[in-house]
Design a protein around this ligand. Structure first.
Ligand code: HSE
Length: 439
């Protein structure tokens, strides 16, 4: 049988990795897919740029339209990124009855509902394994491997750049900007790295994970997002003293009231496996009612790890080319007409435990006032440490861990504590998750 002909949009880090993996493993891939898979046409913004791959035998252009409109091309790999040109090209490819493989989390998180509806109408597949957690086959695991479960919650380190920064800051005391530059040079960071450090990239990925876990439409705009730029080395050290690590987590939880969808720095017990996921590695912990907790770990960014997911999708698409579109795995794991409309909870209604740090005057009665405010808001304290002031008359750092409370209650209590004369500056708050087997 003739090889399947593929068009590639984007020849950057992941595009180059995809060309390399397809060439190097061509025989194994053909044995799996039942046919060879060949990139015949590729578009890149700048044809003179040095590349990590050999493009011999691939027709090159700067115009992605040429690739999408090439009548020989059956599958389009979209690695342009963003939701401008990429959206136009993906829509155009689907309109022409071509299948799409994409690593574009922003595109799927923001426009996936329309893209999948169009794809279903045209009977084509849109595969997006590489959009979440780089090389970890987490989409397939949740969508297919856990299909027998009622998924209760998931929590993931789903931005490699952010995890790399937090790890280097903790282990080597390196400067935030310096580590970010290295992540950019290694091809981990987004074109706009604020997407990594402000949690937007993780929110795109979490949106996708929540949809396939709970069978709900993609709702990126309702995902709560807080970045890591305010995490100080001081907080990292205090957290360690208390037996916790700070990780930038995406958390999605199915509760009786609705769905929690949130990305924020999080204290997690250091004994959890996921607390020890360092560097550019990603990990996703998924709790299913039947299977219990399962953990998926691997490289979350980089050329070949992401290419691994792109190529796996290509193999899946090729295997299903002749299948009846009605009997394919649904894009969002659940049948399109069976998606649920559970509400996404506003952050104020979410319940978590908290780490609080405040600078308090070292004099009698201050702690009593703080604890009384917490008590008035039904916030129970689990642990408390007070650090010696650096010099006489200076403020002392007080660190508290609380039990679970609604965010609204915590916001009100923090506002009152910050209004006390004996408290200097803002109260630092980091949410906590125990990530045990409970709902
Ligand atoms: N910028 C992303 C990350 C790339 O660092 O995880 C992979 O999606």
């Amino acid at each position: 049988m003739n090889p399947v002909k593929v068009g590639l949009l984007g020849l950057g880090t992941v595009g180059g990795g995809t060309v390399n993996v397809l060439k190097r493993n061509a025989a194994e891939i053909a044995r799996r897919a039942g046919r060879g898979i060949e990139i015949i046409h590729a578009a890149a913004r700048d044809l003179d740029k040095p590349r990590i791959c050999d493009t011999t035998g691939i027709k090159l252009t700067t115009d992605p339209n040429e690739v999408v409109n090439n009548p020989d091309v059956e599958i389009i790999i979209e690695l342009i990124g963003g939701d401008g040109l990429a959206r136009t090209m993906v829509t155009q490819a689907i309109e022409q009855g071509k299948h799409v493989v994409t690593a574009n989390k922003a595109l799927i998180a923001k426009h996936g509902n329309e893209i999948f509806a169009l794809a279903q109408q045209k009977g084509v597949m849109v595969a997006f394994e590489a959009a979440v957690a780089g090389g970890i086959p987490i989409i397939k695991a949740i969508r297919e491997g856990l299909a027998g479960n009622d998924i209760q919650w998931l929590a993931g380190i789903i931005n490699g750049t952010g995890n790399f920064i937090l790890t280097e800051m903790r282990d080597k005391g390196r400067d935030f900007d310096d580590v970010l530059k290295e992540a950019q040079a290694l091809g981990y960071a987004e074109a706009d790295p604020t997407f990594d450090v402000e949690g937007i990239d993780a929110a795109h990925k979490l949106t996708i994970l929540a949809s396939i876990a709970f069978g709900i439409p993609l709702q990126f705009e309702k995902t709560f997002t807080e970045g890591i730029t305010t995490i100080s080395r001081e907080d990292v050290a205090y957290a360690e003293e208390l037996g916790y690590r700070i990780k930038h987590l995406g958390v999605a939880r199915h509760t009786e009231k609705g769905i929690e969808l949130r990305v924020h720095p999080t204290l997690i017990p250091e004994r959890r496996l996921i607390a020890n996921v360092d560097g550019v590695k990603n990990a996703v912990l998924v709790m299913g009612d039947a299977v219990g907790p399962t953990l998926y770990y691997g490289a979350g960014a980089g050329a070949e790890p992401t290419a691994s997911a792109v190529v796996a999708d290509l193999v899946d698409v090729v295997r299903a080319l002749t299948s009846d579109p009605e009997n394919r795995v649904p894009h969002l794991a659940f049948q399109a007409d069976a998606l649920a409309n559970d509400p996404i909870l506003p952050m104020e209604e979410v319940e978590t435990a908290y780490y609080l740090r405040m600078a308090a005057q070292d004099k009698p009665g201050v702690m009593a006032r703080v604890t009384s405010i917490l008590g008035d808001h039904e916030i129970s304290i689990e642990a408390i440490i007070q650090k010696e002031p650096v010099a006489e008359g200076e403020f002392a750092n007080v660190i508290m861990l609380t039990h679970k409370v609604q965010e609204k209650q915590m916001n009100q209590a923090i506002a009152k504590i910050e209004a006390l004369d004996s408290i200097n500056g803002p109260v630092k708050r980091i949410r906590m998750e125990v990530l045990d087997s409970n709902k």
